[in-house]
Design a binder for this molecule. Structure first.
Ligand SMILES: CC(C)(COP(=O)(O)OP(=O)(O)OC[C@H]1O[C@@H](n2cnc3c(N)ncnc32)[C@H](O)[C@@H]1OP(=O)(O)O)[C@@H](O)C(=O)NCCC(=O)NCCS
Length: 482
């Protein structure tokens, strides 16, 4: 009890200190926006027309969402290619042949070519044989310090795997491939066990842990591991497999793959690079958007009286952009993309499946609302922001809905993305190490005035409030504002 009181007092003292100091910090950290154009800074690593700054070359994935027409970005329907092959063709062929496609996609992305039947079977067996976590790992690394957030737990688990690897720092390609295969095989198990742990320790549910089954694909294993009775339907497994195929890779410029490039370019180990990528994917502007999108749709469903009323839906979307609804960030989640303009090919494919699943699971009205939001969001964006930029629904628009219809809890939606994207990350890491061999190191122009060091006895001692005041009136700030 006394300990609790002391901790509370410590927290209150810390909060007061932060409240005082943060105003001063805000002054010193502010940079007037004209400086960015004065120095031609590529904010967000984008060119003035919104296209990305060319930072590297890749053979892993191609994201195509616009063409340049006499210096202007012309919108087109998007395409996504893995090692040159249209992802739409991968999906169509796997579905036609009634087989799971995630393992084939993983092989293609890692090695660069499509495997024949025997090679694919061997690859599947290798993955199945590597799924088990090291002895004691779940108890020592996942159950200890339970986390409400599975992405954080995943990142920590990846870092912890370093300790269980006899050769963690060797960055030769065979060793990178071994580590990649282990991570791809183990991600579903890490996520499923972290989820069980979260449900037990944070939500008070019974602890249920299932071992992976070597006979099953990644999608089937995941469904079996997160469900107490291990049961799933063929349609559920097919749809989850599809989501895993579609999210496995997205070029070198997406934030988490670029994180892998940046971290790998230092020559560090695989676990450090992949843990950083998991952290990147967690963000709500990146993979975390699927969970945000679900929360936003729940709010829309609650607040819109007539789900078929276009005006009511449009007005609500505009309120979200005006920060009067939603999470207050002004973003319609699941909408917009750095590359795609008219359409995101992954969204079109997932939407078809979402429709099929909605019929089977009795979610037709909800599907119609998603469809309406998808159609109206670009108009709300145009009318409210007054921008020419073409926005379309991105992969996160329907992925969360699909996962929800599969009965997969919202906290698993972003980890599912990670279970798939681990493949692209590994392929990009190997590519960075084998082809670039140059540390990624862009420039930051310093605009702070150079100052002499002031000995401590000669510093202003009038307290934080005075410091804030003098900071506001300091010559450095005048320099920044001029
Ligand atoms: C994906 C995303 C990060 C791409 O961002 P981007 O290419 O940097 O977008 P831009 O900088 O060209 O956006 C231009 C303006 O449109 C706004 N914008 C972009 N997407 C928006 C959205 N979905 N809702 C509202 N405003 C949006 C930006 O905030 C920016 O406004 P500002 O100039 O007032 O700051 C962005 O569209 C977004 O945040 N979408 C919602 C989150 C999401 O679904 N992420 C998943 C991506 S797969």
């Amino acid at each position: 009890m006394a300990q609790n009181e002391t901790n509370k007092q410590k927290e209150t003292a810390m909060q007061s200190y932060i409240n005082l100091i943060h105003e001063q910090n805000a002054v010193w950290n502010s940079i007037p926006s004209h400086y960015y154009s004065d120095y031609n800074v590529k904010r967000g690593l984008r060119n003035a027309d919104g296209s990305g700054v060319l930072a590297g070359l890749t053979t892993v994935g191609e994201v195509h969402g616009y063409v340049m027409d006499e210096g202007n970005k012309a919108p087109i329907h998007g395409t996504l290619r893995y090692r040159g092959i249209d992802v739409k063709d991968i999906v169509e062929n796997c579905q036609k042949e009634k087989r799971f496609g995630f393992e084939e996609t993983a092989f293609l992305l890692l090695f660069g070519f499509l495997p024949d039947k025997e090679t694919l079977d061997d690859f599947g067996k290798i993955l199945a044989s590597r799924r088990d976590l090291p002895a004691g790992f779940t108890e020592d690394m996942i159950f200890k310090a339970p986390s409400k957030n599975i992405m954080n737990k995943l990142s920590r688990s990846v870092l912890a795997l370093y300790s269980y690897d006899d050769n963690p720092d060797d960055i030769s390609v065979p060793n990178l491939l071994r580590q990649s295969l282990d991570l791809i095989a183990r991600f579903p198990v890490l996520v499923a066990n972290a989820y069980s742990c979260k449900r037990h320790y944070c939500d008070g549910e019974s602890l249920v842990l299932h071992n992976p089954n070597p006979e099953l694909s990644a999608a089937e294993n995941f469904l079996a591991m997160i469900r107490p009775n291990k049961k799933y339907t063929p349609l559920e497994a097919e749809i989850l497999d599809l989501a895993l195929i579609l999210q496995a890779e997205h070029g070198g410029g997406n934030n988490s793959a670029f994180t892998v490039h940046v971290v790998s370019s230092t020559g560090t180990d695989t676990y450090s690079a992949i843990a950083a990528a998991v952290g990147s994917l967690k963000g709500p502007k990146h993979g975390g958007a699927n969970a945000k999108m679900q929360a936003q749709m729940a709010e829309i469903k609650k607040n819109i009286k007539d789900w078929t009323d276009e005006n009511e839906v449009l007005e609500y979307l505009k309120k979200i952009i005006r920060k009067e609804a939603g999470d207050g960030k002004g973003l319609i989640y699941g909408i917009g993309h750095a590359v795609y303009t008219l359409s995101d090919p992954r969204t079109l494919i997932l939407k078809e499946k979402a429709k099929e699943l909605a019929t089977v699971t009795g979610h037709n009205e909800e599907f119609a609302l998603y469809d309406l939001v998808q159609r109206l969001a670009p108009r709300a964006f145009r009318e409210e922001k007054g921008l020419e930029k073409e926005v379309c629904a991105n992969v996160d628009f329907y992925s969360g809905f699909v996962f929800e219809m599969l009965g997969i809890a919202p906290e698993l939606h972003t980890p599912l993305f990670a279970m798939s994207r681990i493949v692209g990350w590994c392929a990009h890491r190997i590519e960075e190490i084998t082809t670039s061999n140059k540390i990624l190191r862009p420039a930051y122009k310093t605009i702070a005035k150079r100052l002499p060091y002031t000995p401590i006895a000669e510093r202003d001692t009038l307290g934080v409030e005075h410091l804030i005041d003098s900071a506001i009136n300091s010559p450095e700030v005048e320099m920044l504002e001029s």
